[in-house]
Design a protein around this ligand. Structure first.
Ligand SMILES: N[C@@H](CCC(=O)N[C@@H](CS)C(=O)NCC(=O)O)C(=O)O
Length: 372
């Protein structure tokens, strides 16, 4: 009996540590919420070997077209990014709109999407097995994930890791969290950065590690942790779900770079191009002031660059799409600013400042290469 307990304990420790790797190689089934107060710092493992899904005949674009819908892996519990609205059964949010933009470019129909909620440890396996066509959920572009999970399309949201604390704690810097208990989700870049950053300021802490998002924030709200750490966008999003959002603040610290964007399975360049150039279309339209309302005029634009992007048959053919693919995408979801404002802008509960998520022409990092 003792032996069995030891084996089970060892297995569960291995499972937790494996889930902490930045890019797990093998599919893991994670059903239970594991709460493991740890004092050990988990080191990232070496980057695992790349795993490609079996090639679909004619490529994934042909597969998506013949299936008649896009399978889009999303978070599903993050208001503003992707959230299942119980009242309507619809997924709303910035990430969900990018699923719609891709479907609109291919099918001219934003409804041609099956949203598949994918939790943190399932992300790599879902891409590696080809279960999803694209992953669009708060996933940070890292070197090991780019080679082992899938290819990252352009970053749609430049984020950074932050820390949320109850206002009454009065913590302003990471040093103020010396000895604190910090809730964090496993299998994330967050967990790894937390250890690095706290070590850098010489503050010891007790991580409380969770497999899923809801229990992480439930534990924080119940006061079982002094602080919770995640991407700042996620903290802002989940703060809206707390009973008293105004009792909590996101500290003015940025612990890492977290470029978030869509990811496609490895091994299909043509499919990668479709996702990549749909994302760029939302940037480029924004730069030119082309919106969901005026995109029809782009067809006759006196600016040859605008006209080319929205009408050129050869450019469309190169992507395997119909000539009006960009019109359909922009008409359906709008340009980047429209997508941003709908879910994250000043009239939403999140009201996230654009920060680096502005066009390059306005001092931001969003930049599309030429459509030519
Ligand atoms: N951007 C980071 C963190 C992303 C992440 O997965 N965050 C967790 C919370 S810290 C999450 O969204 N969990 C949702 C879930 O597992 O369903 C990453 O790519 O590792």
């Amino acid at each position: 009996m003792k032996k069995l307990t030891l084996v089970l304990l060892t297995l569960s420790i291995i499972a937790v540590i494996a889930a902490c790797a930045p890019a797990p190689a093998a599919p893991q089934v994670v059903k239970e919420t594991v709460i493991v107060p740890q004092t050990v710092v988990v080191q990232p493992t070496a980057a695992p070997a790349a795993t490609k899904p079996p090639a679909a005949p004619g490529g994934r674009l042909a597969l998506v077209k013949s299936r008649g819908k896009l399978i889009c892996g999303v978070n599903g519990s993050q208001p503003g990014f992707s959230f299942l609205e119980k009242a309507t059964g619809e997924f709303t949010g910035f990430d969900a709109d990018y699923c719609r933009a891709i479907a609109a470019a291919i099918f001219g129909d934003v409804k041609a999407v099956e949203y598949r909620p994918i939790n943190t440890p399932q992300r790599g396996p879902a891409l590696q097995t080809g279960e999803i066509d694209v992953l669009i959920r708060n996933t940070t572009w890292t070197s090991s994930r780019d080679t082992a999970w899938g290819l990252f399309a352009p970053t749609t949201f430049y984020d950074g890791q932050g820390m949320m604390v109850p206002k009454k704690l009065g913590a302003k810097t990471l040093k103020d969290l010396k000895g604190a208990t910090i809730c964090v989700q496993t299998g994330t870049t967050t967990e790894l950065n937390l250890a690095d950053q706290m070590r850098a300021v010489g503050a010891d802490f007790k991580p409380v590690v969770f497999q899923d998002q809801d229990p992480t924030y439930a534990a924080y709200e119940e006061g079982r942790c002094d602080a919770v750490t995640s991407d700042k966008s996620q903290l802002a999003s989940r703060r809206t779900l707390l009973k008293k959002p105004n009792d909590h603040e996101i500290m003015d610290v940025t612990m890492s770079k977290e470029p978030l964007g869509p990811v496609v399975p490895l091994g299909d360049d043509a499919w990668f191009n479709v996702v990549k150039w749909v994302v760029f279309a939302t940037f480029q339209a924004d730069e030119w002031g082309v919106t969901s309302k005026n995109v029809d005029n782009a067809v006759n634009s006196p600016d040859p660059n605008i006209k080319r992007m929205f009408t050129d048959v050869d450019l469309a053919k190169g992507l395997g799409l119909e000539k009006d693919w960009a019109i359909k995408a922009i008409k359906a979801v709008g340009n980047y600013s429209e997508i941003y404002d709908r879910s994250l802008g000043p009239s939403t509960p999140l009201n996230l400042p654009r920060g680096p998520n502005k066009m390059w022409t306005q001092g931001g990092l969003l930049y599309a290469p030429p459509y030519r």
